[in-house]
Ligand binder design. Structure first.
Ligand code: NAD
Length: 491
């Protein structure tokens, strides 16, 4: 029997795994998974940390005690059962905190259908979503700017994108997959999503052995729901990836059967995609399969591909034999409805067996190394400024605002346009455009010359002096002569 005792010795060893039993059904499914790993002979040593509800209740707003970080940081893998996030304000998502603190930049979610043994909308689904895990709208930088308008910053970085895209191609290579599809909305967000898709093209050119394609996210998501068998590896931005992975799991019918990996340069966290299921906690009926799938991803990640295959094939055989927990049990398809313990025993009994009808797996160890991208440099020139103004005088006539801005602007500054929610309303707006109290006023230097921060301050002082309520600014730069900002709609 392998050693599965909690241990503090030899902390840097590659087979040390941090374990958190979580809340709700967490402890039941974690016990089941550790039992299967033990019986399969996994050479792992575990260190247990407490996270979740009890920690939130002790006043740790992120659901984790400070001393647990030390354990999580020193072990290469973290197997985490779901936790219950308390309702109400003041609590921070533990998952988001762990991902960002530990630099877990890649969220990897395999999705498979197991028809005809588990009901599914489609047959033959076998895809992996590789979701960027730290950037995009999830940076959480939000502001209310006027009485009517709120904003969130969508941050897409060159190194962040390069890392996730490279990870997707390396993953495809390591796991014998043939194609990587990138999904963005680069037709609308030309700078942010455009950067992501451009880097995808650059990186794809280095992987001649893997097919690559780009799809606009809206039609891509529709195709993923209607014809998921067309996809192999999908790489995408954080928000799109969040939505796509739920669509994929739902159409595969495997929400309760899917695991997920959050991978970083030093530590990786593995879990089920479902929550703590408080409605069935303590009843011994929970399906441990999602967490088991996370544990199987962990074994491959730690270099135990053969062992991972043995457990996966035993699990497939169990599904195929119709031994099902209540959440996937369907009369006609299933043979026997079992609780957590019996299901676990059924998997253990089948260790060493292969599925007969479902395709047996044979994982290869995928030690994926992604180096930190080189810092980017460019010749940056300040050519103008977008000044955002809170203004709602009278009937909000853009021509009146335009005239006031032109009158207030000092010599050498030209007002290029005013937009409201991105649409040009001055000069030459049309009366039908809906107007809020939030105006973006684009100023450039007369004659198109470069400008300086001092000149920008001069402009802002002049606008303030004319009682115009400046709420924020965005500098307009060129990088190596290329425009680093979007044009207004209608500009
Ligand atoms: P949930 O996934 O816990 O449950 C949804 C439904 O699926 C429930 O009916 C539940 O009984 C069932 N279910 C889920 N997992 C199951 C399993 N393994 N076996 C059998 N049935 C299963 O989602 P929820 O009810 O929206 O959330 C419950 C709690 O979990 C919330 O506090 C939420 O914040 C938390 N949550 C945690 C994580 C995480 O820790 N990674 C993820 C999602 C939700």
């Amino acid at each position: 029997m392998p050693d599965t005792m909690t241990s503090n010795s030899d902390p840097a060893a590659p087979d040390h795994v941090t374990v958190a039993h979580g809340d709700g059904i967490g402890p039941e499914i974690m016990d089941a998974v550790l039992h299967i790993l033990d019986e399969a002979g996994a050479p792992l040593r575990y260190e247990t940390v407490e996270i979740g509800k009890a920690m939130y209740e002790k006043g740790h707003s992120s659901g984790i005690a400070p001393e647990a970080w030390e354990v999580i940081r020193r072990n290469p893998a973290f197997l985490k059962a779901p936790i219950t996030t308390p309702l109400g304000g003041g609590y921070k998502s533990l998952n988001v905190t762990i991902r960002k603190s530990l630099n877990l930049f890649a969220n990897v979610r395999p999705t498979k259908s197991y028809t005809p043994f588990v009901g599914s909308v489609h047959r033959g689904i076998d895809l992996v979503i590789v979701r960027e895990n730290e950037e995009d709208l999830y940076a959480g930088i939000e502001h209310q700017q006027t009485a009517e308008v709120t904003q969130v910053l969508k941050l897409i970085t060159r190194p962040g994108t390069e890392r996730i895209v490279r990870y997707a191609f390396e993953y495809a290579r390591a796991y014998g997959r043939r194609k990587v599809t990138c999904m963005t909305k680069n037709n609308i967000m030309k700078l942010t999503d455009g950067l992501f898709s451009r880097i995808f093209e650059e990186v794809a050119a280095e992987y001649e052995d893997i097919d690559s394609e780009h799809q606009i996210i809206d039609i891509g998501a529709a195709r993923l729901a209607a014809q998921p068998e067309l996809f192999d590896v999908v790489v995408t931005l954080n928000l799109y990836g969040d939505i796509l992975s739920d669509i994929a799991s739902q159409v595969a019918g495997s929400v309760g059967l899917a695991g997920s990996a959050n991978v970083g340069p030093r530590v990786a966290m593995f879990e089920a995609i479902h929550g703590s299921a408080p409605d069935i906690a303590g009843r011994g009926v929970a399906n441990p399969s999602g967490l088991l799938q996370g544990a199987i991803q962990m074994l491959v990640h730690l270099g135990h591909a053969e062992l991972a295959s043995t457990i996966q094939n035993a699990w497939l055989r169990t599904l195929e034999d119709g031994v099902h927990t209540a959440d996937v049990f369907q009369s006609g398809l299933s043979e026997r409805e079992v609780g957590t313990e019996d299901f676990t025993r059924a998997v253990i009994e089948r260790l060493g067996e292969q599925p007969n009808k479902l395709e047996a797996v044979s994982y290869r160890s995928g030690g994926i190394e992604i180096s930190t991208p080189e810092p980017a440099r460019a010749d940056k020139k300040l050519v103008g400024i977008d000044v955002f103004i809170d203004w709602s005088e009278g009937d909000r006539n853009p021509d009146r605002l335009g005239a006031r801005l032109e009158e207030a602007a000092p010599e050498g500054w030209d007002l290029k346009m005013v937009t409201n929610r991105g649409v040009k309303v001055y000069p030459g707006g049309i009366p039908e455009t809906f107007l809020t109290d939030h105006w973006r006023c684009r100023f450039v230097r007369s004659g198109g010359e470069n400008t300086s921060f001092d000149r920008v301050l001069e402009l802002l002082r002049a606008l303030g002096g004319a009682h115009l309520d400046v709420i924020k600014t965005e500098h307009l730069y060129t990088f190596d002569g290329e425009r680093g900002y979007s044009l207004g709609q209608g500009e």
